[in-house]
Design a protein around this ligand. Structure first.
Ligand SMILES: Cc1cc2nc3c(=O)[nH]c(=O)nc-3n(C[C@H](O)[C@H](O)[C@H](O)COP(=O)(O)OP(=O)(O)OC[C@H]3O[C@@H](n4cnc5c(N)ncnc54)[C@H](O)[C@@H]3O)c2cc1C
Length: 344
């Protein structure tokens, strides 16, 4: 049995903690807030899991593996966390061809979708859709709550909520309350907070999201609707459908901006700008229920790696960008491999 210390109880930390506990290791999870923490990047109604990555067969197969692991977690936690509704990407024929090609080479399904089949969604002129059949919606907050409960009930797991970590060394984690925990392996998965603990530059982004309730006559249509991406004026908008207790959510890169800190104030007309995007047919019939900003960190160079070893026993999830939720089981898998290596 090895001991693993996890800094951060977002999706990365919780999925990794579950994997380590199931493999028979002792795990301590620290978070500076409650567990789960509503202020974490992971805390939202839903996140998309896309399987198909155009021109990247290996990446596509890895995402299919991530999906398989999410389904395993769903069985373990005995609660619906994945809605297999698929995700449609809009594109011109030239843009969609590589998606079908990659799907064919990976042996995974992709289906052409006519904009008429998704009439409540505005497709940019000259585009149609490809449905990533294996993709879907992860019910993020539902997963975080179920994972925290599962971990709290596990005898080999210690949860340390409201316990900020101030220093990470080889085989050691120091908390603000003066406690020091020794571990065979340390994972720093503190989201945008990673930079305070690990010297590695990241770019911090803030993105505005608007949550909508569809008009009653479309409520039934939306219950089985897929996610849709690459829509909007500049084709950088996306939507996640309602279902499983969630609202319809829209956002766009047009309302994503770089910030210096999560606490930095900005008062731009972000929600109005987002609501002006051509995303929904008859948008005025949709009720705005909430508006929210969310932060994520990305590596300044090309999105960056999923995981970095920064000391012999310390690993960091530096910057996860737009797929950080969906890929969390792949991080957990790598950490489990590293635990075996450290113990060998
Ligand atoms: C608008 C938006 C849309 C997104 N869409 C998608 C999507 O569709 N699909 C997808 O896969 N991903 C998506 N992402 C990215 C994804 O949500 C994040 O990459 C992922 O949730 C990050 O999880 P994490 O566990 O690594 O970090 P976080 O969720 O940020 O968790 C880090 C935790 O560490 C804690 N912490 C920080 N500092 C300390 C410290 N010093 N001591 C102790 N604890 C600490 C924090 O309190 C927090 O709870 C999106 C992100 C945003 C912002």
């Amino acid at each position: 049995m090895a001991s693993v210390a996890v800094v951060g109880a977002g999706v990365t930390g919780l999925v990794t903690a579950i994997g380590c506990a199931r493999a028979g290791h002792r795990v301590t999870v620290f978070d500076r807030g409650p567990v789960p923490n509503p202020a974490s990047a992971s805390s939202d109604q839903h996140r998309a899991l896309r399987v198909l990555r155009p021109d990247d067969v290996h990446g596509t197969l890895r995402m299919a593996e991530a999906r398989r692991r999410w389904l395993e977690l769903e069985s373990l936690l005995r609660t619906e966390i994945f809605r297999p509704v698929g995700v449609v990407t809009a594109g011109t024929p030239d843009e969609l061809a590589p998606v079908f090609d990659t799907a064919g080479r990976a042996g995974l399904p992709a289906v052409a979708v006519s904009p008429d089949a998704l009439a409540p969604v505005v497709f940019p002129a000259g585009t149609a859709g490809v449905l990533d059949v294996g993709a879907g919606v992860l019910l993020a907050e539902r997963f975080l709550r179920a994972a925290a409960e599962w971990l709290a009930a596990h005898p080999a797991v210690t949860l340390r909520p409201r316990c900020a970590v101030v220093d990470v060394g080889d085989h050691r984690v120091s908390a603000a309350d003066g406690t020091v925990v020794d571990a065979d392996l340390v994972l720093v998965a503190a989201g945008p907070g990673n930079t305070e603990l690990v010297e590695r530059p990241v770019t911090l982004y803030r993105q505005t999201m608007v949550y909508l309730r569809p008009p009653p006559q479309l409520a039934g249509w939306w219950t089985s609707a897929p996610g849709v991406g690459r829509i909007g004026a500049a084709r950088t908008a996306w939507l996640l459908p309602p279902g499983g207790g969630t609202l319809l959510k829209i956002s766009s890169d047009a309302v994503c901006r770089e910030v210096a800190a999560t606490t930095e104030r900005d008062r731009g007309p972000w929600a109005d700008r987002l609501l002006a995007e051509p995303i929904l047919t008859g948008a005025a019939d949709y009720a705005v229920v909430a508006v929210r900003d969310c932060h994520y960190a990305a590596d300044p160079v090309g999105g960056g790696p999923m995981l970095v070893r920064i000391r012999p026993s310390v690993w960091s999830r530096p910057a996860c960008g737009g797929t950080g939720f969906a890929t969390a089981p792949l991080v957990a898998e790598e950490i489990l491999g590293a635990v075996m290596e450290v113990k060998a």
